[in-house]
Design a binder for this molecule. Structure first.
Ligand code: GLV
Ligand code: MN
Ligand code: MN
Length: 417
């Protein structure tokens, strides 16, 4: 094997092989609407992980799994140095698309297949990671395992997290039958690069090939429990009601106004709700709903937090309710590493790719990794900006460009830093 020469700009990934792998993975948990449903620690997640492991082992990697199920596929380097880490996640939303997360993991695999074929080795080891439970739809908050990898959350807290059905993360992980024997985190990472679809409309609209993600916007997530009083819809006079669903309606409206007041950078959403007892002729006694607010500027995110708390207090008053507000996630805006970004921009130039700096609207495991290692993200365009939807789509060319840029960036990092 030869050490990669700095000036070798001719190496390219195999576009058809990457695309075929993306579509093979998408069939696991494939939905009628053309997307994927591989929620964290489900049967489908287990099948996706097995396929990934088989692919990695067939490419000569050693696969280890940490205490929270995150998978690391390692290709040794010439020197026993901290690795360059690339990857993302294979879990999806319930009505997820084929590419959110999957592109970053499988582009990592593709770059290793490409190096193998070219007979090239690198100075540093390269590892591909599949983080457990990035999405946060089954176990909240999102990015649980990467948060624990970097010490932001404790291993035990993650293991004790429960899904909406009351099932414990740790028990569901055990049920997957993985050998989760690798200690969590606690090791040095030379750099982390995550390739991801943009999940927004900017790159496609500007006819660009790639985005250089300079900042990940911050977010705050809350669970809100509203308590009213169950009573008969036919016989309870309007002025005698304590209707938890009416309070929820006031709050949903107010959260939308908060988002509009902080637009265009800020966004605010209520996207999930459970009504008890959810019977058409019983006034709702209890509602559990989630709030998600995001902004790239910390001071504005703090304002949004104050606005959410005021809206919550106002809805209790207007509907005569009691309640509880629970902080589920508090993730500050994250600036990415300027040196890694410079390498990405330079390599995009060598590849003839047109790109721009961009802010990440979605959350990513890279946000946590940025605390412990030089970290950056590369975005590819995404059809009409649609994501978290079965219709999420990208072109083969977009995937190929992103994966080639990842390859070139990782080679620089693995040989030069
Ligand atoms: C993760 O997908 C998030 O940004 O919510
Ligand atoms: Mn993702
Ligand atoms: Mn997602």
């Amino acid at each position: 094997m030869n050490v990669m020469e700095r000036t070798n700009h001719n190496l390219r990934i195999n576009a058809d092989r990457l695309w075929a792998s993306l579509l093979d993975m998408a069939r696991i948990g494939g939905t009628a609407g053309g997307g994927s449903n591989r929620q964290a620690l489900t049967e489908e997640d287990a099948r996706g992980r097995l396929l990934f492991k088989q692919w990695c082992e067939a490419s000569g990697c050693t696969v280890s799994v940490d205490k929270l199920g995150s998978m690391f596929a390692r290709r040794d380097g010439l020197a026993d140095l901290p690795p360059v880490l690339v990857g993302s996640h294979l879990d999806t939303q319930p009505t997820g698309g084929k590419f959110d997360g999957v592109l970053g993991v499988l582009a990592g695999l593709e770059l290793i297949r490409t190096l193998n074929e070219a007979g090239l080795c690198t100075r540093r080891p390269i590892e591909i990671v599949n983080w457990t439970n990035e999405e946060g739809c089954r176990f909240a908050p999102a990015m649980l395992a990467s948060a624990a990898f970097t010490g932001e959350l404790s291993e035990q807290a993650v293991l004790d997290t429960r899904d909406a059905a009351g099932l414990r993360f740790g028990d569901e992980l055990t049920r997957m039958g993985l050998d989760c024997s690798t200690p969590l985190g606690g090791r040095s990472i030379a750099a982390y690069v995550e390739l991801h679809i943009e999940q927004g409309p900017i790159l496609e609209a500007e006819n660009l090939d790639v985005g250089f993600v300079t900042i990940g916007q911050g977010h705050r997530w809350y669970d809100i429990l509203l308590n009213g009083f169950e009573s008969h819809t036919g016989s309870t006079p309007m002025n005698h009601r304590r209707d938890a669903l009416l309070g929820a309606a006031h709050l949903i409206e107010a959260v939308n106004v908060i988002g509009k007041n902080h637009a265009p950078e800020g966004v605010a959403s209520v996207a999930s709700m459970r009504v008890m007892p959810n019977s058409r002729n019983v006034i709702a006694g209890e509602v559990l709903l989630s709030i998600d607010v995001r902004h790239p500027v910390q001071a504005r995110l703090d304002e949004m937090d104050r606005d959410v708390r005021a809206a919550y207090a106002a809805c209790l008053k207007s509907a005569g309710l009691t309640g509880t507000i629970i902080d589920i996630s508090n993730c500050p805006p994250v600036p990415f590493d300027s040196n890694v970004l410079d390498i990405i921009r330079e390599e995009a130039g060598h590849l003839g790719l047109k790109g721009r700096d961009i802010v990440s609207g979605a959350g990513h495991d890279a946000f946590h990794l940025a605390r412990i290692a030089p970290t950056a993200m590369i975005f590819t365009p995404c059809r009409d900006g649609i994501s978290h939807n079965e219709a999420e789509d990208i072109t083969q060319e977009w995937a190929t460009n992103g994966a080639n840029l990842l390859l070139r960036t990782v080679l620089r990092l693995a040989n030069e830093i």
